[in-house]
Design a protein around this ligand. Structure first.
Ligand SMILES: Nc1ncnc2c1ncn2[C@@H]1O[C@H](COP(=O)(O)OP(=O)(O)OP(=O)(O)O)[C@@H](O)[C@H]1O
Length: 326
């Protein structure tokens, strides 16, 4: 289903949380809303679900205005961080529950659960009590229960955050596969930029009530529209130095640690070091600024390093200058 957000606006008391969001989310798209804690991500999702009322704006789903429809009339699937399974039921009964509530026939329920259990690879635990399965499996059951109804679109609020890092990694791949197989329109909220980068067809960065940038993960990484996004996206924040180092005053240049090479015209002093596998990141003082430089070589704190910048973007007043080719 195609979802159009038209000038969405929401405040709590005098605090404006959503301040004019307009965007089109395409059918079958994995759309991730990324933002720091308190940015309004959950509020936006609750608005889309119909749990929270808008102060202004419209939500159009496949050409139909659903702005004033209650949650049960929107036919959306929701998976939240704190999914609550019914502890005294089996996996099967948990998934069947929303269908029974709709008085679906027993053989139709069986057919649907079989399909969804195959999709989520939980067929072998269907008759286990939910208290006897792992956290990762419980998460799958929660997803199965949410999507078994054939919803129009899917809202997911940090559904993987309860899982430990390793399971989460596999779960991401699985979720992406499920989304593609269902050809579902997924709207997924997270504060974890790594998760966003690995899952999204497009990411919308929610900051100060607006989508500050919407784009493919690589666009956000390569061409962050603002300094704030450059710092927020990436394993390390983008580095910034005054334009004077390339003889251009009044601007700043932004570059990623990965866009540096050891040896070259710039000099810094190593202040601290972080190793990530084989890669070493050197935190250096360069004049009055701090920058992170990528290195394959080991250094000690206090060493002087010289480096060059292979690629950079120009920013003026915190905003990307578009016509920059280097
Ligand atoms: N029902 C409410 N009444 C008043 N203020 C609220 C209400 N719900 C949320 N807020 C405020 O709105 C802002 C956005 O909250 P929201 O939970 O949407 O952020 P979030 O981006 O999902 O954060 P997190 O990542 O921490 O879950 C916060 O400042 C929060 O305190």
């Amino acid at each position: 289903m195609m979802i159009e957000l038209q000038n969405l606006y929401k405040k709590y008391g005098s605090k404006v949380v959503i301040n004019g969001i307009t965007e089109k989310i395409e059918t079958g798209e994995f759309f991730v809303i990324l933002g720091p804690s308190g940015a309004g991500k959950t509020t936006l999702l609750r608005i889309l679900a119909g749990i929270e009322k808008l102060d202004n704006g419209k939500i159009i789903v496949d050409g139909k205005d659903v702005t004033n429809l209650p949650p049960e009339k929107r036919n959306v699937a929701m998976v939240f961080q704190n999914y609550a399974l019914y502890p005294n039921m089996t996996v099967y009964d948990n998934i069947a529950f929303p269908l029974k509530m709709r008085h679906m026939k027993k053989d139709e329920i069986e057919k649907r659960i079989d399909r969804i259990a195959t999709l989520l690879k939980i067929k072998d635990i269907l008759h286990s009590p939910v208290t006897k399965i792992s956290g990762g499996q419980q998460q799958r059951v929660a997803i199965a229960r949410a999507i078994v109804r054939d919803p129009s679109f899917y809202l997911l609020d940090e559904p993987l955050s309860n899982l430990d890092a390793r399971v989460r990694f596999t779960a991401r791949g699985e979720l992406k596969r499920i989304q593609k197989e269902l050809n579902g329109t997924f709207i997924y909220v997270t504060h974890d930029q790594k998760e966003a980068m690995s899952l999204a067809d497009r990411i919308a960065v929610l900051h100060e009530g607006i989508f500050e940038q919407v784009g493919k993960p690589e666009e956000l990484y390569e061409y962050p529209k603002t300094k704030w996004i450059g710092e927020f996206i990436g394993d390390f924040p983008m580095n910034f130095l005054p334009g004077s180092i390339i003889n251009e005053d009044g601007i700043e240049i932004g570059f990623r640690p990965e866009w540096t090479l050891l040896g070259g015209e710039f000099k810094g002093i190593v202040e601290s070091i972080e190793s990530v596998g084989e890669n070493i990141y050197l935190f250096c003082k360069v004049k009055d600024s701090s920058v992170v430089i990528f290195s394959k070589q080991r250094y000690d704190v206090g060493d002087e390093v010289s480096f060059s910048i292979t690629k950079y973007r120009k920013f003026k007043d915190g905003i990307l200058i578009k016509d920059d080719k280097k």
